[in-house]
Design a protein around this ligand. Sequence first.
Ligand SMILES: NC(=O)c1ccc[n+]([C@@H]2O[C@H](COP(=O)([O-])OP(=O)(O)OC[C@H]3O[C@@H](n4cnc5c(N)ncnc54)[C@H](O)[C@@H]3O)[C@@H](O)[C@H]2O)c1
Length: 301
Amino acid sequence: MGVLEGRVAIVTGAGQGLGREHALLFAAEGALVVVNDVGRSTSDSGSSLAQSVVDEITASGGQAVANTDSVSDWAGAQRLIETAVKDFGDLHVVVNNAGILRDRMLVNMTEEEFDSVINVNLKGTFAVSHFAAQYWREQSKLGLDADRAIINTSSGAGMQPGIGQTNYAAAKAGIAAMTQVASKELRRIGVRVNGIAPFARTQTTQATPGLVERLAEAESRNGFDPYHPGNVSPLVTYLASSQCHMTGHMFRVVGDFIGVYEGWHLVDSFENGQRWEVTGVAQALAGVPSEPVTDAPKMPS
Ligand SMILES: NC(=O)c1ccc[n+]([C@@H]2O[C@H](COP(=O)([O-])OP(=O)(O)OC[C@H]3O[C@@H](n4cnc5c(N)ncnc54)[C@H](O)[C@@H]3O)[C@@H](O)[C@H]2O)c1
């Protein structure tokens, strides 16, 4: 018996990359999977990426259906939830994985580049979670409680942001915040909400200057390939399973590395018992470092 036996799961953006790996492992662990992706193949007749993953799953004896709605389309997100309920009779797990990148320095970034990244990553995560939560609340009112889970996909770029990604970092940091809000709100109807900040070799990272050589070198090593996207899926599968006891957490996951994040927290503070004079503020803050001291996420070498 797989750890997801009989559980109905939606994985968004599952036509390739990390989402495809999650969908394949979910199906192998007994889940009935809705494979969502708007993408089409560029190499052949333009066939649906979602359908090709469904074909892979069914060829190995699993159960899956395709959905090609965009997660950022409000009505499309609702249809996605309805697909799970209509085809498989329930919904237990949502993996919000669909994402796009449009990297550019803040000074050059266009409105379209900003809006599209916020729409797919941030609004898409919200829209799908919203309609899933509505369905789960109805089920809970009917007394039909079950173990339910949402797994959101943030990024090291959102947890410890760098340059060139104002849009993406804001979306991914927003997803981490949304994970915490949703975990607190949905706990009472039995829904756990956690998130991941993964890193792996996919079309996205392979198109990122500076990463290509590192990813290729790791692939050519014998044995364990730390950047294989399938390395991320066991954690996601655990978070999706009823074995998981946690909610509201964000995890770093790369290769064999699983890290547990803690969010923004105060590292120093100042009080003077009255409204501050500006000069007093300057004196009090004189010892604060000129930039925050942040550690880069730990990664396999
Ligand atoms: N690969 C990494 O190292 C890495 C690092 C940090 C975060 N992430 C995040 O992980 C997730 C998956 O990334 P990946 O590298 O596998 O990317 P990918 O590009 O290989 O796959 C993403 C999929 O999402 C689909 N998609 C895009 N817009 C969509 C929409 N509106 N509705 C439905 N599907 C849509 C795309 O067609 C694509 O198939 C993303 O959220 C990404 O930001 C990835």
